[in-house]
Design a protein around this ligand. Structure first.
Ligand code: S3P
Length: 429
């Protein structure tokens, strides 16, 4: 436990931040680099706890991975080279590692056991275990395999056509990765488009994949060929500073080299819908992903409605968007977001409690939130909920509270953004 006392800021934020690499893309680069044949160099890799769990897991299966700060060199020799780990593998807090690794290992001839921290141990795994079992996977664990610890005994898999019952890139990815090692062609059909990093990165590794609207198909028994990866800045990390600049009067910030994949840019659309002064500069495509600098200047905002297909495009940003909404004129409605209840914590409940404790007017709904702006926020003692995004949201809130905010434990930020406070300091002085 690492308590932190945060004082309100007396001046506007200004300057530039190069946010760390994207978490989703970093995880996939390790996994696909390990599955590939040849040497993959990953630049601007996210050097955070979650991503290091993924590195350790592949090292435990015999893959040689070198790390120099944010550059990884992965010496891939294909999945046949993986060796069976003798000890259970620790996933920490990482839902992405858990779900995607189950897909990868379901069809490989190894016996593996996984466990996680107390947050991950409460998160549902049947969303991936069910489709994988339909393909022939052998997975056992608590509650018929719904909760970690889980064991996987690799089997020969058969392709399926799976209609995703939830809007989840992790489930989509797990089924497609299992499909890579299955007999036949596996298809997933989505309800709404979710982040597509698995599809685009698999293609970069030479996998043939058919993307037909909401249907994505992959032929089994394909080989991955090593390729170099540049990881864009994580828009989910940039989001904290976009909102900081939008709520601290007089602020002006530039976030550099941020990933702008349109399955992830819902936060920009929401800021624009609320009337924010935001521009994208120096846009380019690098390593198959759109990147650019985001320039934001403080401006008074009005409420908006966030629902439907927009939700997967900003699912991880909802805690910080809720804070933003407390400073916008009118009532912001967030609905169709029940998935938030199964994140690192129940984020609908955690956001309601945290913002209410800081003086905001928030109503909790089964699948979302109603936030009545504007509210003057005051200091208080805040819980971490063992959730990195809740800690960072409360830290940004403290910039505009009338007195200090005390967070009981800031250690969860190491999950996705270890340099968060250093970056915040660099634009606060
Ligand atoms: C992720 C997908 C999302 C997101 C998570 C990362 C990924 O989860 O919340 O932080 O890398 O595929 P779901 O697929 O469960 O929505």
């Amino acid at each position: 436990m690492k308590e932190r006392i945060l004082q309100p800021i007396g001046n506007p934020l200004h300057g530039e931040i190069e946010v760390p690499g994207d978490k989703s893309i970093s995880h996939r680069s390790i996994m696909f680099g390990s599955l590939a044949h040849g040497t993959t160099i990953v630049e601007h890799f996210l050097n955070s706890e979650d991503c290091l769990r993924t590195v350790n897991i592949f090292r435990s299966m015999g893959v040689s991975i070198e790390q120099k700060e944010s550059t990884l060199t992965i010496y891939g020799e294909g999945p046949q080279s993986f060796t069976e780990p003798v000890e259970p593998l620790y996933l920490g807090n990482s839902g992405t590692t858990a779900r995607l690794i189950l897909g990868i290992l379901a069809g490989l001839p190894l016996f593996t056991t996984f466990y996680g921290d107390r947050s991950l141990t409460k998160r549902p795994m049947n969303r991936v275990v069910e489709p994988l079992r339909l393909m022939g996977a052998s997975i056992t664990g608590r509650s018929q395999g719904n909760y970690l610890p889980l064991s996987v005994e690799g089997k020969t898999l058969q392709a399926i056509h799976y209609h995703l019952p939830v809007k989840s890139a992790q489930v989509k990815s797990a089924v497609l990765l299992a499909g890579l090692f299955a007999n036949g062609t596996t298809t997933v059909t989505e309800i709404s488009p979710t982040r597509n990093h698995t599809e685009s990165m698999l293609q970069a590794f030479g996998v043939e994949l058919l993307n037909n609207g909401l249907d994505i198909s992959v032929r089994g028994q394909q080989t991955l060929t090593a390729t170099d990866i540049y990881v864009p800045g994580d828009i989910s990390s940039a989001a904290f500073f976009l909102v900081a600049a939008a709520i601290v009067p007089g602020s002006q910030l530039k976030l550099l080299h941020v990933g702008l994949n349109e399955t992830r840019t819902g936060i920009i659309d929401v800021l624009q819908a609320m009337g924010a002064d935001i521009t994208i500069e120096r846009e380019e495509t690098k390593g198959g992903e759109r990147i650019g600098d985001i320039h934001i200047r403080y401006k008074e905002l009005t409420a908006t409605i966030i629902e439907g297909d927009m939700i997967p495009r900003l699912i991880d940003e909802i805690p910080i968007i809720a804070l933003l909404a407390t400073q916008a004129e009118g009532t912001t409605v967030i609905k169709d977001a029940a998935e938030l209840r199964v994140k690192e914590t129940d984020r609908i409940q955690a956001v309601t409690e945290t913002l209410t404790n800081l003086g905001a007017k928030v109503e909790e709904k089964e699948d979302g939130l109603l936030i009545h702006g504007r509210s003057k926020l005051h200091g208080n003692r805040i819980q971490s909920y063992h959730d990195h995004r809740m800690v960072m949201m409360a830290s940004i809130a403290s910039l505009i509270t009338t007195s200090e905010v005390v967070i009981n434990d800031i250690s969860p930020i190491a999950t996705s953004y270890p340099t968060f406070y250093a970056d915040l300091k660099s634009v606060s002085e």
